[in-house]
Design a protein around this ligand. Structure first.
Ligand code: URA
Length: 436
């Protein structure tokens, strides 16, 4: 087989079979196909999008370019969650222990923060000693003993996606729906899942801002996952303002632990947590309906079993388990802080998620380039959300940084995310649609 022929075929609108797609994925992973040919094929696939069958086959081919996890020996449903990324979206940190406490196996593969969005791995690493690089053998043992594990993508898992994503990024071919679907699902297919819950964000802080486009992606993900034999549901969630009250690694970890300890927590965060856990527990065969799953989630938080799961997971992954009891004492917090206050009475009518995400990067909580280090203790704690009434001088947020210049710049940027008015804004639903 020659790559030249495959480029020609796709350029003229032809359809590939599994063998051809395996050749492309394997060649991308091994380096035997040069970057210029991969980018030419990606551009051809951008203008002549992969069909439904090609998307399924390309997903499989990318998963087969590396090693798969083999989890069939574990009893029960194996369900993961994937979010397209947001600001303050630390839901996974509470979700995985809750769903595991309800009896579902949760192999949770997560990523790092990049740009204005945070990453679960960085949040977990704010716990001293916590390891996210685990071997397949270690993941299996932990799943068997604890019921869940939270880990990073290993070099062997869908390696062609890593290569192809970098080339898509450099050749303006990221925004092809079938390529996005195959990229996301190849990593999930390699995890040997039986179920998957997708949190597809839309709005200012989301990967796809437009609701229609996000909906199209959600439907394609659900369709393709089902054809791959994975029970899948997609929840379309607004990302116009940050989720919850914490934005930043240790701050989000603390928020999640406090919810598991039984604290009330922010309403929007809890709504997403309960909805996603309900579906995961249902897809994992531990509830007859998603509503029953959500009730199970509330029960395992109330009886402390979700917190106990979290403690065991931290111990298994080498972290300091004292954070499960006293997160404010054992998690890092940046040295400097400043408060942003309301300049007059009124209502908070806007808090642009994208700008808040950028402010968190400026404060040190995120990274502008993949090789940057993050400051675990930096970030923001919101005291107000969109729709809240403001009194003059009331604190809207506290900001944390380790460096005075960063703090000044972060305050300036955070202020620019805010809109106030004399009337409360129209309420928009947080969860707009669920595609199952
Ligand atoms: N996330 C992925 O993993 N892949 C894409 O192509 C886009 C978002």
């Amino acid at each position: 087989m020659r790559m030249l022929d495959l480029i020609l075929k796709k350029r003229s609108g032809g359809e590939h079979d599994l063998k051809e797609l395996k050749f492309i994925a394997a060649g991308a992973a091994s380096g035997s196909i040069p970057d210029y040919q991969l980018s030419a094929w990606l551009m051809a696939a951008f203008f002549n999008p992969l069909s439904k069958q090609e998307t399924v086959d390309f997903t499989k081919a990318m998963a087969m370019s590396g090693k798969k996890l083999h989890l069939k020996g574990l009893k029960g449903g194996r369900v993961d969650k994937h979010s397209t990324g947001g600001v303050g979206d630390g839901v996974s940190l509470a979700l995985a222990p809750v769903v595991a406490a309800a009896g579902v196996i949760v192999p949770m593969m997560s990523g790092r923060g990049l740009g204005h969005t945070g990453g679960t791995l960085d949040k977990l690493e704010s716990v001293k000693g916590f390891r996210v690089r685990l071997s397949a053998d270690r993941i299996y043992k932990q799943l068997k003993a604890v019921g869940f594990s939270m880990f990073g993508q290993t070099a062997e898992l869908a390696p062609s996606d890593r290569k192809l994503y970098a080339i898509r990024d450099a050749s303006c071919t990221v925004e092809s729906l079938p390529l996005i679907v195959a990229s996301i699902l190849s990593k999930k297919y390699a995890e040997d899942l039986t179920g998957l819950v997708m949190d597809v964000k839309y709005g200012s802080g989301a990967f796809l801002k437009d609701f229609g486009k996000s909906r199209e992606l959600a439907a394609a993900l659900v369709d393709t996952a089902k054809l791959l034999g994975i029970r899948c549901v997609a929840v379309l969630t607004a990302m116009e303002e940050p989720l919850g009250l914490a934005v930043g690694n240790a701050l989000e970890m603390e928020q999640a632990i406090k919810i598991l300890q039984g604290e009330k927590g922010p309403a929007d965060f809890l709504e997403v947590l309960e909805t996603l856990s309900g579906w995961m527990i249902y897809l994992g065969f531990r509830a007859r309906t998603p509503e029953e799953g959500a009730a199970r989630a509330r029960a395992v938080i109330a009886d402390g079993s979700a917190l106990e799961k979290m403690r065991r997971m931290i111990r298994w992954q080498g972290g300091d388990t004292r954070v499960a009891d006293e997160p404010e004492k054992f998690l890092p917090r940046a040295r400097l802080s400043a408060e942003v206050k309301a300049s007059g009475p009124g209502y908070l009518t806007g808090m642009d998620a994208l700008t808040v995400g950028r402010a968190s990067v400026v404060l040190g909580a995120g990274r502008a380039r993949a090789e940057d280090a993050v400051d675990f203790g930096a970030g923001l704690m919101l005291r107000k959300k969109i729709g809240d009434r403001l009194a003059s001088g009331e604190v809207i947020a506290a900001l944390y940084a380790s460096d005075a210049a960063r703090l000044r710049e972060g305050v300036k940027m955070f202020r620019s995310s805010l809109k106030t008015g004399s009337r409360p804004p129209k309420k928009v639903p947080l969860i707009r649609e669920i595609i199952s």
